[in-house]
Design a binder for this molecule. Structure first.
Ligand code: NAP
Length: 322
């Protein structure tokens, strides 16, 4: 523990992209950042390369695809004796070219296991840590995305293979081989990512509904803009990785630098303007200089409280909390 007390934030997936730049921006605001990474050597190098001051961060191991690893992370964090003022669920994998599902150590489809189930368990376990912090303003922020929220695009632009959790038949049936999709239907890799991000936004809403009034924890989800050149797209065709940033810069005007996305994330974690709980923050899809955040409505499925409740209860079973 440093000499000067600093608010502490955990950011998952802080070894690159939005999480890394979010860690940098939060450290610049005087926070102490626990960079929760699956590759701690990579995380440490990334922090050094960005010259995040050493006294403002530590790197800790977590593999969100593994429920055991998530539990071990929580234990190690507690053993270190820090209080927790913010948890940021940012890590994700996107595997759009995967023809067959990859499996997590627990046997679940890998993108839903990593992006949703690992974070779901982490949030549930760390609620107690947030609750115990003596600081009155505590935040839990989860990264959502535009392709899992048709309302962000005015509902007018069709999203290929849009998210659809159905009646969560796949979760209900245990979500293990041969089941690979939450709705129990045929595996579609890009859709699995969007389903997982929809679960992220539903989790934020349900966390707010269940715990905001009793704990005061401010829960929100965020879409930081299209950060088209992060390694998130590393598993896509190389041509896509060349064209996508250009397209976002010049045609949709949705492109946001990793630095700006990180600053936006840090604002939602630390600034008083973002103390509203149970909302989804966005800066819109056409970027303009000095654009301010606003509360973005979610799609019909993303606003469906009955579905959020069912998703929550089935996720509890899948991660061993029920
Ligand atoms: P990124 O650069 O690929 O960062 C993803 C991070 O997640 C990396 O640090 C990665 O670690 C980590 N990660 C992956 N699997 C993990 C696991 N099993 N356990 C622990 N960490 C794991 O992607 P990004 O674009 O910054 O995305 C960050 C978040 O923003 C995601 O939630 C994404 O859905 C969201 N988002 C992104 C965009 C965009 O345009 N890029 C737009 C909207 C929302 P490694 O370094 O070890 O791979």
């Amino acid at each position: 523990m440093g000499d000067i007390w600093k608010s502490t934030a955990i950011i998952t997936g802080a070894s690159s992209g939005v999480g890394l730049y979010g860690a940098k921006a939060l450290a610049a605001k005087g926070w102490y950042v626990v960079m929760a990474c699956r590759d701690v050597v990579k995380g440490a190098k990334a922090a050094q390369d960005l010259q995040i001051p050493e006294e403002n961060y530590t790197v800790m191991e977590i593999d969100l695809a593994s429920l055991d690893s998530v539990r071990q992370f929580v234990k190690t964090f507690r053993d270190r004796g820090r209080s927790l003022e913010a948890l940021v669920c940012n890590a994700a994998v996107y595997l759009p070219l995967q023809k067959e599902p990859l499996r997590s150590p627990d046997g679940y489809e890998l993108s839903v296991a990593t992006n949703h189930l690992g974070h779901f368990l982490l949030c549930n376990l760390m609620l107690d840590d947030l609750r115990r912090s003596p600081v009155p303003t505590k935040r839990l922020v989860i990264l959502g995305t535009v392709t899992a929220n048709s309302k962000e695009l005015g509902g007018k632009i069709p999203i290929p293979a849009p998210p659809d959790l159905g009646d969560l038949q796949g979760f209900e049936a245990g979500f293990k081989e041969p089941i690979a999709m939450i709705n129990g239907k045929k595996f579609k890799s890009g859709k699995a990512y969007k389903d997982s991000k929809l679960c992220n936004m539903l989790t934020a809403r349900e966390l707010h509904r269940r715990y905001h009034n009793t704990t005061g924890i401010v829960v929100s989800s965020i879409y930081p803009g299209c950060v088209a050149d992060t390694p998130l797209f590393r598993n896509h065709f190389s041509l896509f990785r060349t064209i996508f940033p250009w397209f976002q810069k010049n045609i949709t005007k949705g492109y946001v630098t990793q630095e700006l996305a990180g600053e936006r994330l840090a604002e939602v974690v630390a600034d008083r303007n973002y103390k509203q709980s149970g909302v989804h923050w966005s800066w819109g899809n056409r970027q303009q200089e000095g654009r301010e955040a606003f509360v973005q409505e979610l799609s019909a499925e993303g606003s469906d409280d009955a579905k959020a409740k069912k998703m929550w209860e089935l996720s509890e079973k899948l991660v061993g909390l029920a």
